[in-house]
Unconditional design. Structure first.
Length: 616
């Protein structure tokens, strides 16, 4: 396994392998996998499809008795050498599961399964001379251990972010095999921790592929409009393996741009482009430019393309400015769950259905809680002109006083910023959801905010804060608000607190002179269940909560955006009420089977007729 430790400047976004050091006081956490950017624009050998799988509830083939990793377990994919040889597992004789895909929704007996599942795939491969090959995993929930031809090449923790294993020295010409053990056991010191209001879908939930690159390759770049400017593109290109003097060219043919640069000793070339006359990206005009990046010259050169929108996002006083113009964010939240069939989304059709339902409701913005969704989803939002809130799973009461947990959270944040900072749609990094304000929590999230700002100086930082109800007042006063660009908060008046009738009398008070965003409100309803507006779980009850909320929210000063909770019903182990919930959180405006509830139309009317929301 290639294990490298880079300087902090690399980690905070100046390019280079994401073998990051996270400096946390005296604590050092070295993450062992690199991370290629813009992977979806590279030529790849897909390993998607059927993989042989072994269900290993006790982690027998993975863990030694002391919990360490057994390098000579099932990862070796042994075959009996003689008729007397004892091998107590066989991938070849085991059933298959589809990759990408969670295991829970592929086999009935795995719906509630938590533990280790082994995946194995055979493939033929021909490495080219003077190249490196990475095994790319889009996401594996929650921990993954990767073996190529019997040798462990990397491991990764974090269920929603990608990683790349350098498999160059373990691959050979001809027949090869890869084995990946995925363990979705929930951990007290995990991110997220033991309790979440979403399903713990396990497995290789996103694409797996092989990516071949030259010896010197572009592993990272960042090109964006300088904050506040509509004409200056700045950033860098990092060429892994290069020293000083490597030529780099950035071309944007549709804007007539050709920019030459040269790497410094760390392989990094600074880019600064004067680009007058750019058409800026916005929901109304989601203009993407084809960007071509080349590093090196001659046979060993590396070339990448990307489709990038250029826009600015800022806060001025209590306003949010997109390309310098105040905007109200008409949003909705969407969990990463496939419409109609459930489970993790695995295709563009899954994502497009969700975003189309949102768009039809009149949104210009989606909150994607509580963990990073796929890069494909962000690409689609880029093309459809939908602004996006991305979030890391710092959810409820994780171990805020544990430096290793901070390291895990910072790692996931770094990975998602690195993956998605080329997406114009993404305007927010959310560092947390509903975290109780304690001194340890404050320190933890201040560190997260500092990391996010260091890695991306152009986007807005937020977090969904808890609010507190005192009689008819909802107070937004979490001390974290002082550190955020936009103060987002959740409130469930009419559902968890008070009655829908009380909502009219509520006053929301926030102590921060900043833009406010209502990141959650809502109520549950079982689609097709009709009763009067006082009957819980009826569509009428939910629609009434929405009507009352909208009326009350019209009076909230500085409200610059809202995301009702949420677009579609989703699976949750916390929601057990038979006949109503049946393990689904029913706060969707649309059922898991695609039926629009009355409240959907209440929101749609308000958004399409612009009867809610002021940009200034
Ligand atoms: C919340 C959480 C969200 C839950 C939601 C609910 O405050 O942020 O994850 O699903 O409430 O339905 O209770």
């Amino acid at each position: 396994m290639r294990k490298r430790v880079l300087s902090l400047s690399r980690f905070i976004g100046c390019g280079g392998t994401l073998s990051a050091i996270l400096l946390l006081g005296a604590h050092l956490f070295a993450q062992s996998t690199p991370l290629l950017v813009d992977v979806d624009h590279r030529a790849a050998t897909s390993l998607d499809g059927a993989w042989h799988t072994i269900i290993d509830p006790y982690g027998n083939g993975l863990y030694n008795a002391d919990g360490s990793i057994n390098l000579h377990g099932y990862g070796e994919n042994r075959q009996p050498k003689s008729k007397s040889d004892l091998v107590e597992y066989s991938f070849a004789k085991s059933p298959t599961l589809q990759v990408p895909g969670d295991w829970n929704t592929q086999r009935k007996d795995l719906l509630f399964y938590e533990g280790v599942v082994w995946y194995e795939k055979n493939f033929t491969y021909t490495p080219k001379p003077n190249t490196r090959t990475f095994l790319h995993v889009g996401a594996a929930n929650y921990r993954a251990y990767v073996f190529v031809n019997g040798t462990k090449v990397c491991q990764h923790e974090g269920g929603f972010t990608p990683f790349d294993c350098d498999a160059t020295t373990t691959l050979h010409s001809g027949n090869n095999f890869v084995v990946i053990a995925v363990d979705n056991t929930r951990l007290r010191d995990g991110v997220p921790t033991l309790k979440t209001d979403w399903w713990n879908y396990g497995g290789l939930t996103r694409d797996v592929s092989l990516i071949q690159v030259p010896e010197k390759y572009i592993d990272d770049f960042d090109l964006h409009l300088q904050r506040g400017s509509k004409t200056e593109i700045v950033g860098y290109v990092h060429v892994q393996g290069a020293g000083a003097g490597e030529p780099v060219v950035v071309r944007i043919p549709q804007a007539g741009i050709v920019q030459q640069a040269t790497t410094d000793a760390s392989g990094r070339a600074l880019i600064s482009i004067h680009a007058p006359g750019l058409e800026l990206w916005s929901p109304e005009h989601p203009r993407l430019y084809r960007v071509e990046i080349q590093a090196g010259s001659g046979t060993g050169h590396d070339a990448l393309t990307d489709d990038i929108g250029f826009r600015t996002i800022e806060v001025r006083g209590t306003e949010i400015l997109l390309n310098g113009t105040p905007i109200f964010l008409r949003g909705v939240s969407i969990h990463g769950e496939a419409p109609m069939r459930g489970g993790r989304p695995t295709s563009e059709k899954d994502d497009a259905t969700l975003l189309q339902w949102a768009k039809e409701m009149g949104v210009n913005f989606v909150r994607l809680p509580h963990y990073p969704q796929s890069a494909r989803m962000m690409r689609l939002a880029d093309r459809m002109g939908i602004l996006v809130w991305e979030e890391v799973p710092v959810y409820w009461a994780i171990e805020f006083d544990n430096p290793q947990v901070l390291a895990k959270a910072q790692q996931q944040l770094a990975e998602i910023i690195r993956r998605d900072r080329d997406k114009a749609s993404v305007i927010f990094w959310s560092v947390a959801n509903e975290t109780p304000a304690t001194p340890a929590r404050n320190r933890f999230l201040e560190a997260m905010i500092a990391s996010a700002r260091a890695q991306d100086s152009t986007r807005l930082i937020t977090a969904a804060l808890l609010s507190s109800r005192h009689g008819n007042e909802i107070q937004v006063n979490d001390p974290l608000g002082a550190y955020l660009d936009v103060v987002s908060f959740n409130e469930y008046a009419g559902w968890y607190q008070g009655t829908p009738q009380d909502i009219a009398n509520i006053k929301i008070t926030a102590i921060y002179p900043k833009p406010l965003l209502l990141s959650e409100f809502g109520a549950g309803a079982k689609a097709g269940f009709h009763a009067d507006a006082d009957t819980r779980w009826s569509e009428e009850f939910q629609a009434n909560v929405y009507r009352q909320q909208l009326q009350m929210l019209r009076g909230v000063a500085n409200l610059r955006g809202m995301c009702p909770w949420l677009l579609v019903d989703f699976r949750s182990p916390l929601r057990e009420l038979p006949g109503i919930q049946d393990f689904y959180n029913r706060k969707g405006l649309i059922s898991d089977q695609g039926q629009k509830k009355q409240a959907y139309f209440v929101m749609q009317k308000a958004y399409l007729q612009h009867t809610i929301g002021n940009a200034h």
